[in-house]
Design a protein around this ligand. Structure first.
Ligand SMILES: [Zn+2]
Length: 217
């Protein structure tokens, strides 16, 4: 089974394709579960329209691919305006770049994120670097806080190669029981990197990693 839980559409300032184009490309490439995760700050006041559009897509493509309604939330700085928006109906949210020095404090985030009643994950975030920054065993903290981690295959983040080549880190994450998702972080279909997506999914499958949440419900 192939999941791709990080994709951008024209609802993001840096997304170039429609949700339908992203989903149809995924179907053509044999993806089983596709998540659309546009930037919360780009969607702005169109949140209701965004959720409705993705719900319609879920319906339209049902039986061919499972469509999940996601959102990517910036943390540099803390997105205080988020709670003025109605985000009911989302399947999950991703918080990005919490390992950045400009990001909100991780433990502040860990208590704040309980305001969300959907699963929460960390997008393209080097959790081992964060563990050093905060002096904690980050895989254990994520498990305790029920936060999943994304393996981002876009090639823009060194934590992807680090994960592929560092068995000790993979073992630490797996033995802590942290859910791991895979996301291509596609912003335009011409840059879609399918082999990396497959490779990441196969690695997680073969080493027995937990899926991020019940994505086959
Ligand atoms: Zn993204």
């Amino acid at each position: 089974m192939i999941m791709d839980l990080h994709n951008h559409t024209v609802y993001s300032y840096d997304g170039q394709n429609s949700p339908e184009q992203i989903i149809e490309n995924a179907i053509e490439n044999g993806v089983d579960v596709i998540g659309i995760t546009d930037h919360q700050f780009s969607i702005g006041r169109r949140m209701g329209e965004y959720i409705k559009k993705l719900s319609d897509c879920r319906e339209k493509y049902s039986g061919r691919i499972r469509v999940l309604l996601g959102l990517e939330i910036g943390t540099r700085p803390r997105p205080d305006d988020l709670f003025t928006q109605d985000i009911r109906g989302l399947d999950y949210v991703l918080f990005e770049s919490l390992d950045d020095y400009r990001a909100m404090d991780f433990f502040e985030f860990a208590s704040w994120r309980h305001r969300f009643d959907c699963p929460v994950g960390l997008a393209h975030c080097d959790i081992f670097k964060m563990g050093e920054m905060y002096g904690v065993d980050m895989p254990r903290v994520l498990k305790k806080e029920n936060i999943f981690w994304e393996l981002n295959t876009s090639g823009n983040y060194s934590c992807y190669y680090d994960f592929l080549t560092n068995r000790k880190k993979r073992d630490a994450l797996r033995s802590a029981g942290v859910g791991v998702s895979v996301g291509s972080d596609t912003h335009a279909l011409y840059e879609y990197r399918h082999p990396q997506l497959v490779r990441a999914n196969e690695l997680l499958e073969s080493e027995g990693f937990l899926k991020p949440f019940n994505i086959f419900k």
